[in-house]
Design a protein. Sequence first.
Length: 214
Amino acid sequence: TGSSRPQRLLKAVQRNAAKGDPQSVISAIDYFCRHSEWAMNVGDEKGSILDSVVSEVSPTTALELGTYCGYSTVRIARLLPPGASLITLEFNPDYAAVARQVIAHSGLQDKIHLVEGPSGDSIPKLKERFGITSLDFVFLDHWKDRYVPDTKLLEECGLLRKGSVLLADNVICPGAPEYLDYVRNNPRYESRYFQSHLEYTNVEDGLEKSVFLG
Ligand SMILES: O=C(NC/C=C/[C@H]1O[C@@H](n2cnc3c(NCCO)ncnc32)[C@H](O)[C@@H]1O)c1cc(-c2ccc(F)cc2)cc(O)c1O
Ligand SMILES: [Mg+2]
């Protein structure tokens, strides 16, 4: 049988990006998605907003929900301060396998822990497994109907502290209405919407940044 889109995306990275150069991996994926096959990476326009929030937070410990091919994983990890790390959760083994190779090509593997399995199982184990007390930054980009339950789980597991920043992709397209309702009408969060466009298109989409107030 033929290759999958993630496998073709990986080939494009291996052909066109310089090994050990995260920016060239990002550019190779964006080029592939604009000129060959659209894929659900956060992309370059929303990616610039992601970059600015990560740079502002400068997290010691960051979490990503939904690795997919590792595009935003590389975007985040390339901006982490020395000694900081990114934990990324992915439950599809085929996507995880592609992501590991994309991450390896970028040279950022020492800053990234890719955990295979559903977030509902992995989140409760993060503290003991990685010796962390709390998360400074969380990027939500997995199934949109899981944003609320997983945010509640992060709270229940004591993984959020005063000032923890959540950044959610796709709050307009495909949309995460329950999540917007949850963070915007909850006194424990201070939320702000960053308007942008769906990756590689001119369809409206955006990111919601929510600071946990403790
Ligand atoms: O659907 C979108 N993203 C989903 C991401 C899923 C990835 O995350 C993984 N994943 C999912 N749930 C979990 C989980 N836990 C939950 C289950 O236990 N635990 C661990 N990993 C999980 C999947 O295996 C994938 O790797 C999307 C769509 C469009 C889109 C817009 C317009 C269109 F026309 C078409 C598409 C644009 C976007 O930017 C998008 O992010
Ligand atoms: Mg997305």
